[in-house]
Design a protein around this ligand. Sequence first.
Ligand code: GLU
Length: 389
Amino acid sequence: MTAALSEHVARPKPLSAYRRIVVKIGSSLLVDRKAGLKQEWLDSLGADIAALTAQGVEIMIVSSGAIALGRTVLGMEKGALRLEKSQAAAAVGQIALARAYSEVLGRHGLTAGQALLTLADTEERRRYLNARSTMTMLLKLKAVPVINENDTVATSEIRYGDNDRLAARVATMMGADLLVLLSDVDGLYTAPPDKDPAARFLPVVEAITPEIDAMAGAAASEMSRGGMRTKLEAGKMATAAGTSMIIASGARLHPLSAIDRGERATLFLASRHPVSAWKIWIHGHLEPAGRLFVDQGAVAALHSGRSLLAAGVRAVEGAFERGDTVAVIGPEGGEVARGLVAYDACDAVRIAGKKSGEIAAILGHEARAAMIHRDDLVVRSALMGMESG
Ligand code: GLU
């Protein structure tokens, strides 16, 4: 164990030291098969969230429970449900879930905003950009996004199916610095603790190695889809992109302040050299749909980590659409960066070389500030790093 790591074990960061936290809530915490929604628990979660937001932390909730709640309300049989039945249960459960969050957060003066995502919303460029802008705006408006998979329309082939990985995808998409998975397990053990009494609890995991992978049993509880395996998958997605992850038990009131009080939880440290999966994805586009020719000022801005503004673009080439990958060409003719363009080619041509303040008047509507947002840009030097390593 390195010195830095043991220091981390001794003094874990309080949750209030994070900037943006995605909290994933497992179904079994929220829903009792007989009694329905566990209101007292939800109230205590709401109080924890309010305390963190009052300290300036942005919170996003990824909540399961739609299917579990819906089947309780509808009085459906026990055991596995056929797809249409679980979709119908989700339709009934989600509306109740959304209302519960809205009321609970409302009592603390917070506003909830619901987003139901499908796999395509995080995996297709245009939809990804849209989902991200909406959620960024919700946070800007101080609302708490409450997210779930859109189970009513997701079919078995095109779904996440478990909210652990959905939450990790949301966390990396939104650049969160922490993902907290609250469920009925309190952390990672060297072996599934219910099967192996010698299993040792691990407070900190520095990297999810094959050895760590082997510690997960396949088991999931009856109500939730994800077991330790999907939690480790989520951990890989998160940590590689620079998001730390905590697995903690939610089976007590005030589950978030319990983590700060030092109750058992496993912290998975974010990679020290995160490469966003997203940037690798952008880099992977071998044939950009167009080219933006930029001036020296823009090149300097890109190298210092800033977005590409329209003002620095001298010429536009190609028939691309918003969300396509384009190459950014410097004054010497070489490719300096690659990224996802925020405008269709016809609009890009109209605003090239124009100051940000002029753009809305030219296009006739409110417009995005950047031609390529810095989160969607891979600059040449970073590209080379990826190629060599
Ligand atoms: N999206 C599912 C639901 O809300 C839960 C998936 C999971 O348990 O991870 O019922």
